[in-house]
Design a protein around this ligand. Structure first.
Ligand SMILES: Cc1ncc(COP(=O)(O)O)c(C=O)c1O
Length: 326
C-alpha cells in the first residue's frame, strides 16, 4: 500500500462511501464517488470542471473562505447571497430568485455551516433543490460537517435533485485534518469529467491514507458519537458564557464546532480579533468570510473545556471594558 492507486480512489473505499449514500439515493454506486486529497481539493476540482469564464456562482455570505476565490480563479464571478442573524443565518429564497440570471451556473450551499453553525432543515433543502432545478443550476453542497449536529440529522442534498455534487471530507468526522483526504459524490455523467480534472491536480489520493480511512469507517462510529457528545457539551458551555457577555448577540449553532457571535462595539472585526489575540485568545474576524461577517467573530470550540473557559474569560473581560468605554 505504498504505491500509486486508481485516480478515483481504491474501489473498497469508494464502495464503502457509496453504501453510506445509498440511504439517500438507492442507486448510488462507486461510479458516483471520487476520493480526493481533501475537501479543499474537491472544491477546486468542482470549480475547474463546472465553471466557465463569465459564469456566475451563488455563494453564501458569510461563507467558507474558498468558494469565492475558486470561482474567481477560473474566471467566474461569485455572487454572494445573504445569511443574517435575523434569519438565523439561513438563505432567503426571495433574495436568491432576485440574484439569479441567465449566467448563473451553480449554487454553493454549506450545511452545517462554517462559520455560522447553521443547519438547513429538510424543507429548506427541498426548497433550495426546487429553486436550483427551476433555474437549471448545479448545487455544490459542502457537507464536511454533516455528522456534527446537535439536533436532528443534517439533510444531504444528494438524491434531492439530479444536479448535485456533494463535497465531503474525512478531516472533521474522523478528526484527521492533517492527513488530507476527502471525496466527491456526483451524478454518473459528471463524475468522469470531475475525475479528469482531479487526475491533473493529484494523480491519485494517498494510498496509505485511504487504508487508514477504511479502518476509521469500519471502527470509528463509537468514537464519532463520543466526539459529538463532547462537542455538544462545549457548545452549551460556550453559548451560555457568550450569552452572558455584554455586547454580543448569539445564535446557538445547530451543527459544526463554530459559534458566530455578533458584537455591537463600534470596531471592525479585525480590530477586535487583533485585540483579543494580544490578550491570548485566537478568533477569526467575521469579515474573512464575506462582507456580512462584519461585526462578527468566529470562535472554534475544537478546544478543551478548560481552554474554552480561559478564552471566554478573556473575551468577557474585553467586552466589559468596551461596555464601560461607551
Ligand atoms: C466548510 C468547509 N469546507 C471544506 C473544508 C475543507 O476541509 P479539508 O480540506 O480539510 O477537507 C473546510 C475546512 O475547514 C470547511 O470548513
Amino acid at each position: 500500500m505504498n504505491h500509486y492507486g486508481p485516480s478515483a480512489g481504491l474501489s473498497a473505499l469508494r464502495e464503502k462511501i457509496a453504501e453510506r449514500y445509498q440511504e439517500k439515493s438507492p442507486a448510488t454506486s462507486r461510479d458516483n464517488v471520487i476520493v480526493t486529497g481533501s475537501g479543499s481539493e474537491g472544491l477546486m476540482t468542482v470549480a475547474l470542471t463546472l465553471y466557465d469564464p463569465g459564469d456566475e456562482v451563488l455563494v453564501p455570505n458569510p461563507g467558507f473562505v474558498l468558494y469565492s476565490p475558486h470561482a474567481r480563479l477560473v474566471g467566474a464571478s461569485p455572487v454572494p447571497y445573504s445569511l443574517t442573524a435575523k434569519r438565523r443565518y439561513l438563505p432567503d429564497l426571495d433574495e436568491l430568485e432576485r440574484l439569479v440570471t441567465p449566467r448563473t451556473r451553480a449554487l454553493v450551499v454549506n450545511s452545517p455551516s462554517n462559520p455560522t453553525g447553521a443547519v438547513l432543515s429538510k424543507s429548506d433543502v427541498d426548497r433550495l433543490s426546487a429553486f436550483a432545478d427551476r433555474h437549471g443550476l448545479t448545487i455544490v453542497s459542502d457537507e464536511v460537517y454533516e455528522e456534527i449536529v446537535y439536533g436532528p440529522r443534517a439533510t444531504s442534498f444528494w438524491g434531492r435533485s439530479d444536479r448535485v455534487v456533494v463535497v465531503n471530507s474525512f478531516s472533521k468526522t474522523l478528526a484527521m485534518t492533517g492527513w488530507r483526504i476527502g471525496f466527491l459524490v456526483a451524478p454518473r455523467a459528471l463524475a468522469p469529467e470531475l475525475n479528469k480534472v482531479h487526475y491533473h491536480i493529484l494523480a491519485c489520493p494517498s494510498t496509505p491514507v485511504q487504508v487508514a480511512v477504511l479502518a476509521g469507517l469500519t471502527h470509528g462510529d463509537g468514537t464519532l458519537r463520543a466526539m459529538v457528545r463532547e462537542f455538544r457539551a462545549r457548545r452549551s458551555l460556550v453559548t451560555r458564557l457568550l450569552t452572558r457577555t455584554p455586547g454580543l448577540e448569539v445564535v446557538p449553532p445547530a451543527g459544526a464546532f463554530y459559534v458566530f457571535p455578533r458584537f455591537s462595539w463600534n470596531r471592525s472585526s479585525q480590530e477586535v480579533a487583533t485585540a483579543l489575540l494580544r490578550r491570548g485568545l485566537i478568533t477569526t474576524p467575521g469579515d474573512a468570510f464575506g462582507s456580512l461577517g462584519a461585526s462578527h467573530l468566529r470562535l472554534s470550540f475544537a478546544a478543551s473545556r478548560e481552554n474554552l473557559r480561559r478564552g471566554l474569560a478573556i473575551l468577557q473581560q474585553y467586552a466589559t471594558e468596551e461596555a464601560s468605554a461607551e
